[in-house]
Design a protein around this ligand. Structure first.
Ligand code: ATP
Ligand code: MG
Length: 106
């Protein structure tokens, strides 16, 4: 198995609104994966589905060869997560906040 995470047509709808639309990912084992997209693109919703925090409306996924929903508990035993809310200084501009991060050398 070359992939640590795969998703197939993963979809989440909130009533009529589609938050995640037929996402099919293939993430290789041992890789660092940048999951990027505009605000509201559905990144957090996708992560919540992978972590069992919200149920997919459609589709399925595998984590390390274990298949959701059949192996749901086995998946949950083996994953940890940290969904971070970035902190920032509300009294500074976006550019000033980025300057602070840049100068801290992260
Ligand atoms: N519980 C919910 N009920 C209804 N709509 C929701 C819910 N959660 C998310 N959404 C909507 O689904 C869409 C995707 O949201 P999501 O939070 O997954 O985006 P995101 O890519 O993580 O955005 P950001 O970059 O701002 O973190 C947004 O339009 C959001 O308003
Ligand atoms: Mg998000």
């Amino acid at each position: 198995m070359n992939y640590v995470i795969t998703t197939e047509q993963l979809t989440k709808k909130y009533k009529k609104f589609t938050s995640v639309n037929n996402v099919s990912l293939h993430i290789r084992k041992g890789s660092i994966y940048g999951f990027i997209g505009p605000n509201g693109a559905g990144k957090s919703t996708t992560m919540k589905m992978l972590l069992g925090l919200t149920a997919p409306t459609k589709g399925s996924f595998t984590i390390d060869g274990k298949h959701f929903p059949d192996d749901r508990l086995e998946i949950l035993k083996e994953i940890g997560s940290f969904i971070e809310s970035p902190s920032f200084y509300a009294n500074l501009t976006g550019r000033e906040n980025l300057d602070i991060i840049r100068s801290a050398g992260f």
